[in-house]
Ligand binder design. Structure first.
Ligand code: ADP
Ligand code: MG
Length: 351
């Protein structure tokens, strides 16, 4: 589906490493007051004054985490930043800087890296994070991207995975499952394309799902929203692998159980229609599909009035004593033990 619209191909060896780094990073701006020194020296210098520094890193490998057959490089760059920024948000912290390290094979021309960096720069601008450094090297095969995100927070506001209590409410932002179904649609179109390259895909009915897969957003707004409501989450995690697996993380680390209610799950109508078309159960997708990058958190029961009816948040369950276990309560009011079937195991059961 991705045709070569840009016939110009400048070999990376024409530039050399230093010119390449300079070329890719020349338009990046520094905006955070905590960035004392960004790109250009042996190391960056940051100053968080009385705040705590929050650091998270991710590694993305071509063929394992992304497929360039249907992910445009600009989207890949954007998403690589988003997934890291999301990890900072999941600590209830504010993202401030990133570093970007790439390894590329000689199959990639300069123009491809320009696309990748256009996405990185766009995300950096969108989320107001400074790109303060990185590393650039060659790989034998394929593209590897590693991003480290840095953020700041007051120590009292940081939300860990292990703070949930027995009667806390379980809350999620946005809706779930769309990114997973977006990937199913893209994979189907890739197969159609391989059989008949002249077949132009009609993706109008799937725009939301595909956008959620190719251009997810990190919920940097949630920290501000919760602050305004005077709610401090007792525990928090972002949904990268799937709701069930993240719930289990919170429960295991906090030493609590959970009842998750099927009827409360936030689902977009496009997801329901597409699940019907693909003959997949939408609850399964919502619970096990990954990569939505919404935030999942627990709050004290006393905060119920502050959050109820708020369109940004859905209360999907409540924590219990550990001995009660971790369950999905279905619409038919039966209790099913929740299992951690992440992204990969779900795709296996579908094939
Ligand atoms: P070193 O030899 O110390 O590793 P480099 O020549 O690799 O230094 O990098 C020079 C500067 O450019 C450093 O500030 C480094 O952080 C930055 N840099 C290198 N590669 C990238 C990249 N892909 N994206 C952003 N900054 C980079
Ligand atoms: Mg280097």
């Amino acid at each position: 589906m991705i045709e070569d619209k840009n016939p110009q191909r400048t070999s990376l060896s024409q530039l050399g490493e230093f010119k390449l780094i300079e070329h890719l990073t020349q338009n990046l701006e520094i905006n955070q007051p905590s960035t004392l020194k960004g790109i250009g020296d042996d190391a960056a210098i940051l100053d968080f004054k009385d705040k705590k520094a929050v650091v998270s890193t991710d590694l993305l490998i071509e063929g394992v985490h992304f497929d360039l057959a249907y992910v445009p490089l600009k989207h890949l760059g954007y998403k690589a930043v988003v997934v890291n920024v999301s990890d900072i948000c999941a600590m209830n912290a504010k993202p401030t800087q990133i570093t970007v390290s790439i390894a590329v094979s000689n199959r990639f021309p300069l123009e491809a890296l320009e696309e990748l960096y256009a996405g990185i720069a766009l995300a950096a601008q969108q989320y107001k994070v400074d790109v303060i450094g990185g590393d650039t090297t060659s790989s034998q095969k394929g593209l590897i991207i590693s991003i480290t995100a840095i953020g700041e927070a007051d120590s009292e506001e940081i939300a860990y995975r292990n703070g949930a209590k027995g009667n806390d409410l379980l809350v999620v932002t946005g809706d779930l499952g769309a990114a997973y179904m977006g990937l199913q649609v893209l994979e189907r179109e890739k197969q159609v394309f391989q059989v008949n390259p002249n077949n132009q895909p009609d993706l109008d009915n799937y725009t939301y799902l595909i956008e959620r897969q190719l251009k997810p957003e990190a919920r940097t707004d949630v920290r501000t929203l919760l602050h305004a409501l005077e709610i401090k989450p007792t525990s928090m995690i972002d949904i990268s692998d799937g709701l069930s697996s993240e719930i289990i993380h919170l429960c295991k680390q906090s030493g609590v159980g959970c009842n998750l209610y099927e009827e409360k799950l936030p689902i977009d109508p496009q997801l329901i229609n597409t699940c019907e078309e693909f003959n997949i159960d939408s609850t399964t997708v919502v619970i096990n599909g990954g990569e939505d990058y919404e935030l999942l958190f627990t709050i004290s029961m006393e905060d119920f009035d502050k959050i109820k009816g708020n369109p940004n948040f859905t209360i999907i369950g409540h924590m219990t004593q550990e001995s009660e276990g971790i369950h999905l309560v279905t619409r038919a009011n039966t209790k099913i033990p929740l299992r951690a079937r992440g992204w990969d195991s779900l795709s296996e059961t579908e094939s």
